[in-house]
Unconditional design. Structure first.
Length: 149
């Protein structure tokens, strides 16, 4: 059995609020989005929101903001529960989100120290564009990455 047969990528909606809140807290700890921001990302028109589901549980989530006027999509968040990492879920979520946004340029921000995420993004063709100093709550820099599809 390959990894993709144990999970499915599905559209997410407001009914996923509490599962997403739990996932954010596990994945991002102090940087987890507050409930109001999660409600927004699950309900704002135009946002691409996808979840990875295994055994009826949300094990991964991504949201993308297609900014058509800028001709750029922004990945707002991407998280996979620790027990489900390194199974292709982040890759599948990101690839599907890129496709659904339908723009030639996609950008995202990642912690400088998040080596696993940086490896994924490099594998998928992202390169560093900028550094946002002290972007995260603990003062860690955010690296702005970009991909041309």
């Amino acid at each position: 059995m390959n990894a993709s047969s144990i999970y499915q990528i599905q559209s997410a909606n407001w009914r996923d609020l509490f599962a997403l809140s739990t996932l954010e807290k596990v994945c991002f700890d102090q940087d987890a989005w507050p409930l109001m921001e999660l409600m927004g990302v699950l309900s704002f028109p135009g946002v691409v929101r996808l979840k990875a589901v295994a055994a009826n549980e949300m094990v991964g989530f991504i949201a993308g903001d297609p900014r058509r006027s800028e001709k750029t999509g922004w990945i707002l968040t991407l998280g996979v529960l620790p027990d489900w990492r390194r199974k292709g879920i982040g890759y599948d979520l990101l690839r599907t989100c890129e496709e659904q946004m339908g723009l030639d340029i996609v950008k995202l921000t990642v912690r400088r120290g998040n080596l696993a995420a940086l490896q994924l993004y490099e594998k998928m063709g992202y390169h560093q564009l900028d550094i946002w100093s002290r972007y995260y709550r603990n003062g860690e820099d955010g690296l702005v990455l970009e991909k041309h599809l």
